[in-house]
Design a protein around this ligand. Structure first.
Ligand code: GSH
Length: 224
């Protein structure tokens, strides 16, 4: 049985991605949640005792330890197969989209951090955030136009690409981002997915508030 080390469900966007892959594809796993800013997180995770890079997520499969969300989902695809879209062209596009999310969209990630339980509408996103939003919508639109014959997800059936963009769906809801029709329908489909609903319910049930992860901290600090 796999063990997945994760952070707070309300905040940890990187943890969500492999958790969703395991949960949505009904792969049995055990989760261990470590709360940010606690002595346990420092002792078990940041010390690198349980996770080689001192971060979450980290997947443990017997003697094999995989410590980055992208490596984890590729490992799962290798062992369970069929988690990426079926055609070679769709798979290449989906992997490019996931890699772009992994290495890019810094402005969106910084200025719209995932916060599942909050509603914090931002009427006019900063220009750099808007550029990230525009690029994501273009990418989603292309995936759906080229590779999605049926189905509500980016490449039709739910795939690892959707796991990779899941935190963006939560962000767009939290910050009430105005979207085109294709993107809005996709976000709705993602938010309605039973595994996303489970994660959101777990996030709402968490009691911990990490001040520096909350939007007020970010926006008040930037204004001062
Ligand atoms: N590139 C990594 C990012 C992992 C990451 O930054 N995780 C955050 C939580 S979402 C973390 O562990 N932060 C705690 C720290 O850096 O001390 C991945 O894809 O897994």
């Amino acid at each position: 049985m796999y063990t997945l080390l994760i952070g707070n469900k309300n905040y940890s966007s990187w943890s969500l991605r492999p958790w969703l892959a395991l949960h949505a594809f009904a792969i049995p796993f055990h989760e261990e949640r470590f709360v940010f800013d606690t002595p346990e997180f420092a002792a078990e995770i940041q010390s690198r005792k349980r996770s080689p890079n001192g971060r979450v997520p980290c997947l443990i499969d017997g003697d094999t330890v995989i410590w980055d969300s992208l490596a984890i989902i590729e490992y799962l695809d290798e062992l369970h197969s069929g988690l990426w879209p079926a055609s070679t062209a769709a798979r290449a596009h989906a992997r490019s989209a996931a890699a772009e999310m992994h290495s890019g969209f810094g402005a969106l990630r910084h200025w719209m951090p995932m916060n599942v339980r909050r509603s914090y509408p931002i009427a006019t996103p900063r220009a750099d955030v808007k550029a990230d939003i525009d690029r994501i919508q273009a990418l989603w639109g292309e995936a759906r136009a080229k590779f999605c014959a049926n189905g509500a997800f980016l490449y039709g059936d739910f795939s690892l690409a959707d796991c990779y963009y899941a935190p963006v769906a939560f962000r767009f809801a939290t910050y009430d981002v105005k979207l085109n029709a294709v993107s809005a329908a996709y976000v709705n489909a993602m938010l309605a997915h039973p595994s996303m609903q489970q994660w959101a319910a777990d996030a709402r049930a968490e009691k911990e508030i990490v001040d520096h992860e909350e939007p007020e901290y970010l926006y008040e600090r930037s204004a001062s």
